[in-house]
Design a protein around this ligand. Structure first.
Ligand code: FAD
Length: 426
């Protein structure tokens, strides 16, 4: 139940309109808005009970290169909610390593690049058309779990909700209210838009992982701006081994191509990878999207945010009908396709960015089928048997070596005495 704001602390009258909206979704990005749309699709009567609380005012920007995989497109299409905003279709990916470059292209689009500025605003407009109350320019400042539900204090007054969904991204206030730690798979990101250089493709996502001395990569993605095509360029750095100077590195890379960082408007942000085991529900609070965790290897999170929202749309109506409890959310996510995918990616962080990095790079450069399989995965397409077979045959040996090296490391860390085995006592 949402109580009138005049009966709660610090409540100006402008939140009176939320009376009856007891499913509060904090954050109006892809995760929160897809969750609202999926809930309304599953149980139309819920529309009158949902409030999305967003601190920005639409159209609001969100630092993001905007590459949305076909899997995410399909999920939004199934909700009849794929925004009709400008986009560039993407047909492939390229990966540059210290030893060369490999490009994989499919004969159909694998996704699109959108601008979050208008994409998220269009999603919010669709949610509103379907009866969801979207409160913008409203910041959630504190969340206090009550006996039943929670009290949400916002910049415009207080709301009492029976369930609070944290879709509030990387710095999630809901996650902090749950006491869930930020985790170790955090990344820093710096992004700029520049002109497109001669010869640069307008339908390929380019990753450059050739600088092996940091856990991350540079990217160059085409992006639609004002009817033309610019290139979103940036650097992604998993901060686990300490800081690097993002700006100096991006500047050097741009200068190498005759571009000037000083002339660009810089967007800095953070990202948060999924970690297992992570608790995604506590009492009336639960997490979706980047608040819960996204892909820590590439920082891809839009399609994942959408998939979290769709999962919630299938889960919550059953809980509201008295079948099962909210506590099951963590298990539901972990057992889902999304959860398995995110767990695999977080388990592979060390393989991609640790001692086995050169072997993984060779895997991609020597066997283009592996990147083609990656394109199909991003697109949510069934795998081609040859590419799948080739990926399995060539990826298994380096993966096995990497995992066994890590298992050995973990064993030695756990039983340090083994380190001395075979050495004469000093
Ligand atoms: C530079 C950069 C480039 C990226 N490029 C890509 C890419 O190309 N492809 C891709 O798939 N992913 C990319 N990502 C990741 C992607 O942007 C996120 O993973 C994705 O936006 C997560 O969606 P979300 O809905 O969970 O969170 P968000 O999109 O972050 O939405 C959270 C919302 O909550 C609101 N909010 C936060 N706190 C509060 C509060 N206290 N009160 C009210 N509202 C609040 C925010 O204003 C925001 O609108 C990139 C990220 C960065 C930083």
């Amino acid at each position: 139940m949402v109580v009138p704001s005049h009966s709660l602390p610090r409540s100006p009258p402008d939140l009176l309109g939320v009376v009856g909206r007891d499913l509060a979704i904090v954050g109006g990005g892809p995760a929160g808005l897809t969750a609202a749309l999926a809930l309304v699709r599953a149980a139309p009567a819920l529309a009158a009970r949902i409030v999305v609380i967003e601190k920005g005012a639409y159209p609001r920007d969100k630092p993001c290169a905007g590459a949305l995989g076909g899997r995410g497109e399909r999920l939004l299409r199934e909700l009849d909610a794929l925004p009709q905003t400008p986009f560039l279709p993407i047909h492939g990916m390229s990966l540059a390593g210290a030893g060369g470059v490999v490009t994989a292209r499919l004969d159909r689009p694998i996704g699109r690049v959108i601008r979050r500025f208008d994409f998220d605003a269009a999603l919010a407009a669709t949610a509103r058309q379907r009866g969801v109350l979207v409160l913008e320019a409203t910041t959630v400042e504190a969340i206090t779990p009550l006996g039943r539900g929670a009290l949400i204090e916002t910049s415009r007054g207080a709301i009492q909700a029976s369930i609070v969904v944290g879709a509030d991204g990387v710095g999630s206030r809901v996650r902090r209210a749950m006491g869930t730690p930020t985790g170790e798979l955090r990344a820093r990101v710096l992004e700029v838009d520049t002109e497109r250089l001669p010869g640069e493709a307008d339908d390929v996502l380019c990753f450059d992982a050739s600088e092996r001395d940091f856990s991350g990569y540079h990217w160059d993605f085409p992006t639609p701006v004002a009817g033309g095509t610019l290139i979103s360029r940036g650097i992604y750095h998993l901060t686990r081994e300490g800081g690097i100077d993002l700006e100096a590195r991006l500047e050097a890379r741009l200068a190498h191509r005759g571009l000037s960082l000083a002339r660009c408007s810089k967007k800095r942000f953070a990202e948060r990878g999924f970690e297992s085991p992570t608790c995604l529900a506590a009492g009336p609070l639960l997490l979706v999207g980047e608040a819960a965790g996204i892909d820590p290897i590439t920082g891809e999170g839009i399609a994942q945010a959408i998939e979290y929202g769709v999962l919630l749309g299938a889960f919550l109506p059953a809980v509201l009908a008295g079948e099962g409890s909210l506590d099951r959310w963590t298990e539901v996510v972990h057992r889902s396709r999304l959860g398995r995918d995110l767990r695999a990616r977080s388990a592979l962080v060390e393989t991609f960015f640790g001692a086995d990095r050169p072997a993984i790079e060779r895997l991609f450069l020597d066997h283009p089928a592996v990147l083609r399989a990656g394109c199909r995965h991003f697109a949510g397409l069934p795998q081609a048997p040859f590419d799948l077979g080739s990926t399995a045959i060539h990826a298994l040996p380096p993966l096995f070596r990497s995992l066994s090296r890590r298992a050995r490391g973990a064993t030695l860390a756990r039983f340090p005495a083994l380190v001395c085995a075979g050495k004469p006592p000093s």
